[in-house]
Design a protein around this ligand. Structure first.
Ligand SMILES: *Cc1c(COP(=O)(O)O)cnc(C)c1O
Length: 397
């Protein structure tokens, strides 16, 4: 099938068949892993032309690799982006995307609730390079406009947010930001392109921690940036050339394999999460549940409008607070007490002391991350087994 023919196919078909199809040279159905650091030129002239950008071709795996390119073509199809750059990690993707746009003296706005590592990058490393980051609530359009008027070049958001599962209206934020000439970058890790396509809603750049649902099996660290060809060319040929956060060919292949089952995995993650969220919502020891699929979620209507499904992440709080949460985490037998998310295995953790311990107590309070919050990444085990495990652990908590 040609790429043009494949582009007309539905999401699940593209996931299974890949944007690159079978290998024309060998007929290999699974895309090969080009485990090579360097690539031979046919002549001195060809080498010089590829270096000068006059001719397409591979040079050296830090600058690009065929297995990496196969993953990039496919994820770009799925996010409906012009181009993609795969990176060594999600943090690599975020750093490269920002440095593609900003330099010392520039200012950006960032949503106040973000992945803990992103928060630290914005609080320490970017300011140390002279890039000013202002933490705001972009969901409040007056606040957004007030800050944009003072000259920010970029707005960085995460929706649904980690770990509070708050949603931001991508279309509205993009429309307002564009009036002030600011680009919008969305971390789409929680939703994946199967459930949310920010570029179609008006955003300019999407990033993922591909470590999570895209890889999907808890066996690799990776990231990806998606956007216009011009933006991705600069990310690849200038910023990542210098930073060197290149993905390995093997990890790119693991992502290609992960994508094959992304739709079925996401549907089961969501189905399981919905059942568990409903179970927790009625449990006498649970004081609050955050899951965008619940009608009781403050932004359920926005979730229905902006997303095609609700995903596999649930955050909840026990009436017994932090102590009860700790007993729960120490009492689960099937669930794994670990950070990360989007794996086939269910993972449970406490944001305040683990993933979001990069926030000061004041910052945690300001963004509504309580000490007792427990975050659950719902896996692909039988949902009744997960509920049974939560039930026996909740009895002790
Ligand atoms: C994990 C995560 C990141 C960072 O990705 P790494 O692959 O760990 O570098 C960024 N954003 C979100 C929402 C994440 O969950």
């Amino acid at each position: 099938m040609t790429p043009q023919e494949l582009k007309k196919m539905s999401f699940a078909t593209i996931c299974v068949h890949g944007a690159s199809g079978t290998d024309p040279q060998t007929g290999a159905v699974s895309f090969p892993i080009y485990q090579s650091s360097t690539f031979a030129f046919k002549s001195a002239k060809e080498g010089a032309d590829i270096f000068a950008g006059k001719k397409e071709g591979y040079i050296y795996t830090r600058l690009g690799n065929p297995t990496q390119a196969a993953f990039e073509r496919e994820i770009a199809f799925l996010e409906e982006a012009d181009a993609a750059l795969a990176t060594a990690s999600g943090m690599g993707a975020i750093t490269i995307a920002i440095l593609t746009m900003l330099k010392a003296g520039d200012k950006m706005l960032a949503a106040h609730t973000l992945y803990g590592g992103t928060h630290l990058l914005f609080k320490e490393t970017l300011p140390s390079l002279g890039i000013k980051v202002e933490s705001i609530n972009p969901g409040d359009s007056n606040e957004l406009v007030n800050h944009l008027e003072k000259g920010a070049k970029m707005v960085y958001i995460e929706t649904p947010s980690n770990p509070t599962l708050q949603l931001l209206d991508i279309a509205e934020i993009s429309q307002i930001s564009h009036k002030y000439g600011a680009l919008v970058i969305v971390d789409n890790t929680f939703a994946t392109p199967y459930y949310q396509r920010p570029l179609q809603l008006g955003a300019d750049i999407v990033i993922h921690s591909a470590t999570k649902y895209i890889g999907g099996h808890g066996d690799t660290i990776a990231g990806v940036i998606l956007g216009s060809k011009e933006f991705i060319d600069r990310s690849r040929n200038v910023i990542n050339r210098d930073i060197g956060a290149a993905i390995s060919p093997f990890n790119a292949w693991l992502l290609l394999r992960g994508l094959k089952t992304l739709p079925v995995r996401m549907e089961r993650h969501s189905e399981n999460a919905m059942r568990i969220a409903q179970y927790l919502n009625f449990h006498p020891k649970v004081s609050r549940v955050w899951y965008p699929g619940l009608r009781t979620h403050e932004q359920h209507e926005l979730a229905c409008r902006q997303m095609d499904g609700f995903g596999g992440m649930i955050t909840f709080e026990l009436k017994g607070g932090k102590k009860a949460g700790e007993i729960l985490m120490n009492s689960v037998k099937l669930l794994t007490l670990a950070v990360s998310l989007g794996d086939v295995d269910s993972l449970i953790e406490q944001p305040a002391t683990m993933t979001h311990s990069t926030y000061s107590p004041e910052e945690l309070a300001a963004v509504g991350i309580t000490e007792g919050m427990v975050r659950l990444s719902v896996g692909l085990e039988d949902v009744n087994d997960i509920i049974d495990d939560l039930s026996q652990a909740l009895k002790k908590a």
